[in-house]
Design a protein around this ligand. Structure first.
Ligand code: ADP
Length: 546
């Protein structure tokens, strides 16, 4: 027997319709790419997004067509998102930090028909547009006057100004009305292994992800919040904030292209921001700025930190010096991206304030809607004892079931779980902690060694600028760890000094078989250490123990 409730398709246009109806005057403030602070509100954004939809229909865009954005976090970028998704077209977010050849690959793979871009990225497009045959138009998120001296052509045609398109079209257009499983967004993983792969979000998955994110123990946003998403809309959906904020009527403060400590601090204070989200490096820059200028944060209450592991120093500095609560989160492009979040349970909170810190450092628990399991290489489930580590697998309505165009084939196990490629533990309270990436874990004599754990400790040595650990082939143990250290300028050190520093902090058999001092450690497009390149560089390296 089926239930008798209304079939109300979960499409994201309804979110902005809701904001327009009930929070029409709530502000969206942007640091524009042209410079000045621009103030608008949900009613304006709604109206302008609808005009943009008509412009897209006029350009022949149909349901399922891919329309790309290459843009910073601004109100205009939100208008582009909803304008594209509202008519059932697919919003493909391009990450400007990718190499030009990767951009060419994903634009062609996605068969993007239009690219919306900020002025900032015109030089990038100038270099690649001739290699992207499917692209028919470039629309710049600006007004006509800014395009006077722009020479970029797409199929011989000059760039269009988004403001002119909006001026030339009216706001009468039907949004939604299609199946909730219709594709809404496309975002490629940065492809640290092989070519980038496209994750194709649906309206339904984005709508449900919004509800997951709004749980109190996840992002916990409200109509009283003022939100500054530093996390970019071009990477992993800006953690869903461009949907969650209008859903509950939070004021939005969009940082544009400026993510340095001073610029973020200015916006936090002048706009009365209560909540923000960013990767650890952004918060490091802000904290340095606060310390060097002896400034205080007068309105900020909560920050969410994810994308890579959150250092204890950040949690303590925010909490002790500025009264800001830090929530550590984990996720990935394939998980929309919110996967786990580290808010204390009643049991953990009862342990006391200092005892809570180790739990805040973990990546956290699964909110309702997400299922996790931990397995060994053979797929056998491992205990949740906080020490056994294995492959982290995830399942739910907001998790990818396949990549765009089935790239990479079947990505789910027989129970429908997606292998995250992360290696983690889960403790008795249900807190997951990442210990490594599966491809970076060092397999020594059938046991696993966490490369991240060793490199985090080595990076904490006062002489270290950066540290990385990779596995090197070994005739007896299969693989053994090699520690690579980039020293701070002017420092000298020895293998013995680093091994002595690690002693007692890691299991004896985890001790690296060698330490090599290097001039540089390569970083990838999202600022993480690129171990693929390191492994290539040290391919023929022979350990002294081999
Ligand atoms: P990619 O870098 O492959 O494009 P994402 O940007 O989606 O992928 O990054 C996802 C990966 O980032 C996760 O699989 C995990 O390894 C890492 N990650 C994300 N959040 C955290 C965190 N809080 N702590 C440690 N690692 C994290």
């Amino acid at each position: 027997m089926l239930g008798l409730m209304q079939n109300w398709p979960l499409t994201v246009d309804k979110i902005l319709d809701h904001a327009n109806r009930w929070y029409s005057g709530r502000e969206v403030v942007s640091r524009s790419v042209e410079g000045p602070i621009v103030r608008t509100n949900y009613a304006d954004i709604h109206n302008r997004a609808k005009r943009l939809s008509n412009a897209l229909l006029g350009m022949g865009i149909k349901t399922g067509d891919r329309v790309a954005t290459l843009a910073w976090n601004t109100g205009r970028h939100i208008e582009a998102w909803y304008g594209i998704m509202g008519i059932g077209a697919v919003c493909h977010t391009l990450n400007p930090r990718l190499f030009p050849e990767q951009l060419v690959y994903i634009i062609n793979h996605a068969e993007d028909r239009i690219i919306f871009t900020d002025l900032t990225f015109l030089p990038v497009l100038e270099g690649i547009i001739d290699q992207c045959p499917t692209v028919e138009h470039i629309v710049v998120l600006t007004d006509e006057s800014e395009l006077k001296n722009v020479t970029l052509r797409c199929k011989g045609k000059p760039c269009l100004a988004m403001e002119s398109l909006i001026d030339q079209h009216h706001a009468e257009v039907v949004w939604g009305g299609f199946d909730e499983n219709t594709a809404a967004g496309l975002c490629y993983t940065s492809g640290t292994t092989g070519n980038p792969k496209g994750v194709l979000y649906s309206h339904r998955s984005n709508y449900l992800h919004t509800l997951v994110g709004l749980q109190t123990d996840v992002l916990g946003l409200s109509a009283r919040d003022v939100i500054l998403p530093v996390v970019p809309m071009f990477h992993a959906n800006a953690w869903g904030i461009a949907f969650a904020a209008p859903a509950v009527g939070s004021k939005l403060v969009m940082p544009g292209s400026k993510m340095d400590g001073q610029s973020i601090f200015e916006l936090l204070e002048t706009e009365g921001v209560t909540f923000s989200a960013a990767v650890p490096t952004v918060w490091q820059m802000l904290l340095q700025h606060l310390q060097s200028t002896n400034s205080k944060l007068t309105t900020l209450k909560r920050v969410v930190i994810g994308g890579s592991a959150c250092p204890e120093a950040i949690i303590r500095a925010f909490g002790d010096d500025y009264g800001v609560d830090v929530t550590h989160a984990w996720g990935m492009t394939e998980t929309s991206p919110l996967g786990t979040i580290s808010r204390p349970t009643a049991d953990v909170e009862a342990l006391g304030p200092d005892e809570v810190i180790p739990f805040k450092l973990k990546q956290g628990r699964a909110p309702v809607g997400i299922e996790l399991k931990l397995t060994n290489d053979e797929g056998r489930e491992l205990p949740h004892d906080g020490t056994t580590f294995g492959r982290l697998k995830i399942r739910g309505a907001t998790i990818a079931s396949a990549y765009f165009k089935q790239e990479g084939g079947n990505i789910l196990d027989e129970e429908g779980f997606f292998d995250t490629g992360d290696v983690s533990t889960i403790d008795q309270y249900g807190f997951m902690q990442i210990t490594d990436r599966a491809k970076d874990v060092i397999k020594s004599g059938g046991e696993w060694i966490s490369s991240i754990e060793i490199e985090n400790i080595a990076a904490g040595h006062p002489k270290s600028a950066l540290a990385a650990v990779i596995g090197i082939a070994h005739p007896k143990w299969d693989e053994r760890p090699l520690l690579l250290v980039k020293l701070r300028e002017g420092q000298t050190s020895t293998k013995e000094e680093y091994l002595a520093y690690l002693e007692g902090k890691i299991a004896k058999w985890w001790t690296p078989d060698d330490v090599v001092f290097v001039d540089d450690i390569p970083l990838g497009a999202t600022g993480k250490i690129d171990k693929k390149i390191l492994r290539q560089q040290f391919e023929s390296y022979r350990l002294p123990t081999a």
